[in-house]
Write a protein that binds this ligand. Structure first.
Ligand SMILES: Cc1cc2nc3c(=O)[nH]c(=O)nc-3n(C[C@H](O)[C@H](O)[C@H](O)COP(=O)(O)OP(=O)(O)OC[C@H]3O[C@@H](n4cnc5c(N)ncnc54)[C@H](O)[C@@H]3O)c2cc1C
Length: 416
């Protein structure tokens, strides 16, 4: 067992972990023993979260040293994926066996377990978040027991978006679909006045659609359309880009997945960024809010009205759609959602006033913030937005009676 680390930071560099140690077990048995004997421990993924959710006041354990399990069950159309693997580790493997994951987030560098633990999502009106593809979760609970919860079992809908608070996920079984090809095309310059009357039509026009704006004007800078090969081309009232584009104005597009309507496998088109490059801007912070899809135009109008507060500290804003799911702590729980995402400059004091302004503007829409990004919503406002939170707390008390997997973030937002 490797035990390392005094000081480490998250991907964005805005969080220095307070944890006293990060363990890296080499087997599930070692991991079980570690969890059983540790008084306080949490799982750490690939450290892509922007807030204290991923930290621990005591110990952390990362799963990158576990054997890399990818077990495809072709008859059931599922794959059991080890807790240490990233989406980048599994895409090609599944594709070679004729399968795909239904959707992916903007970058493949994140761990599957960490993404599903926080309700990470991609885009598409017919696509639920990545956690919704989990058919079974195998986790180590407080006493070191290995527990499997399958879809339909009591507590399963609470265990998938578990925020690390229920135990350490050693594997997840994911639903697969037949492999597919995707064509990606970027359009530029869509005024809000053209978008608003056709919002639903535009976001429903292809398998996955993302809108990007820097809020420097009342317009969408870019529309990223990812359509399944064979799906008809959607009419976008904007100009097709004359070359590859990065969503952040002025950044070179070489870290982005191939555009220009060239067909390619799902795992090389659904993410915006390539696995072998630094994704996004690299030096950045992020916030994101999920609202009811039917409020999208009203919410965008509310943001447009405060854009002079947003634009100076913004690198780019992305608008995506996500289908509802049944998972208790999913930000899309029982609500078809529109996600309003903000990639900020890397300057927390400058960014927080803009975050506060956005939360004020979006308050009428009862937004659910992305669990892993920066938000200011008071816990008392947040908790009622999760109607199954009491069930989640009961599940947590059952699986983790001593609070071994809690940290200040989960104490504040969930348990207090
Ligand atoms: C550049 C960038 C782009 C992003 N793009 C998107 C996007 O497109 N869509 C989106 O929704 N989000 C996006 N995110 C956010 C990201 O998906 C989440 O922060 C996600 O949780 C990161 O996973 P991780 O493995 O890095 O988790 P970490 O940050 O390491 O941990 C996050 C949480 O997951 C828990 N966890 C991790 N592994 C396990 C495990 N094995 N068992 C139990 N709990 C575990 C941790 O305890 C913690 O609570 C992006 C982040 C970055 C930095």
């Amino acid at each position: 067992m490797v035990k390392a680390m005094t000081v480490q930071v998250n991907w964005a560099g805005n969080l220095t972990y307070r944890a006293t140690a990060v363990h890296r077990p080499g087997s599930v048995e070692e991991l079980r023993e570690l969890v059983a004997r540790s008084p306080r421990i949490r799982a750490l993924g690939t450290r892509h979260s922007f807030n204290e959710l991923g930290d621990s006041p005591a110990e952390l354990v990362e799963l990158g040293g576990l054997p890399p399990v990818i077990e495809v069950d072709s008859a059931a159309a599922t794959a059991r994926i080890g807790g240490g693997l990233r989406y980048a580790d599994v895409g090609r493997h599944l594709d070679e066996r004729g399968f795909a994951l239904r959707n992916l987030g903007s970058l493949p560098h994140i761990s599957v377990a960490g993404a599903c633990a926080t309700g990470t999502h991609g885009s598409g009106v017919g696509n639920a978040n990545l956690s919704a593809s989990v058919a079974a979760v195998e986790l180590i609970t407080a006493e070191g027991d290995l527990v499997t919860l399958k879809r339909g079992d009591d507590g399963f809908d609470g265990a998938v978006v578990g925020l690390g608070a229920l135990g350490v996920v050693v594997s997840q079984t994911l639903d697969l679909v037949p492999s597919f090809q995707v064509r990606q095309r970027v359009y530029e310059g869509l005024p809000l006045e053209s978008l608003f009357p056709k919002f639903q039509e535009i976001v429903s026009g292809a398998y996955s659609v993302s809108l990007f704006t820097d809020w420097r004007g009342p317009a969408i800078n870019q529309v990223w359309v990812k359509r399944r090969d064979g799906e008809p081309a959607v009419e976008i009232p904007a100009e097709p880009a004359d070359g590859p584009r990065h969503p952040v104005p002025g950044m070179a597009p070489d870290s982005c997945t191939e555009q220009g309507d060239v067909p390619g496998p799902w795992y090389e088109r659904l993410p915006h960024f390539r696995p072998d490059r630094i994704p996004s801007a690299g030096d950045e912070l992020q916030s994101e809010y999920m609202i009811d899809a039917s409020d999208a135009v009203a919410a965008l109008a509310a943001l447009a009205a405060i854009r002079e507060h947003i634009a100076p500290v913004l690198l780019i804003c992305e608008i995506r759609t996500i289908a509802a799911d049944r998972l208790w702590l999913s930000p899309c729980h029982e609500r078809d959602s529109v996600a309003l995402h903000f990639t900020w400059i890397s300057d927390t004091p400058a960014v927080l006033p803009a975050v506060a302004k956005i939360e004020e503007a979006l308050a009428p829409f009862a937004p659910r913030p992305h669990w892993a990004k920066i938000f200011l919503t008071p816990p008392d406002d947040l908790r009622p937005r999760y109607t199954r939170l009491p069930d989640f707390l009961a599940l947590a008390r059952d699986l983790d009676p001593s609070g071994k997997f809690r940290n200040p973030f989960t104490e504040k937002y969930l348990f207090a």
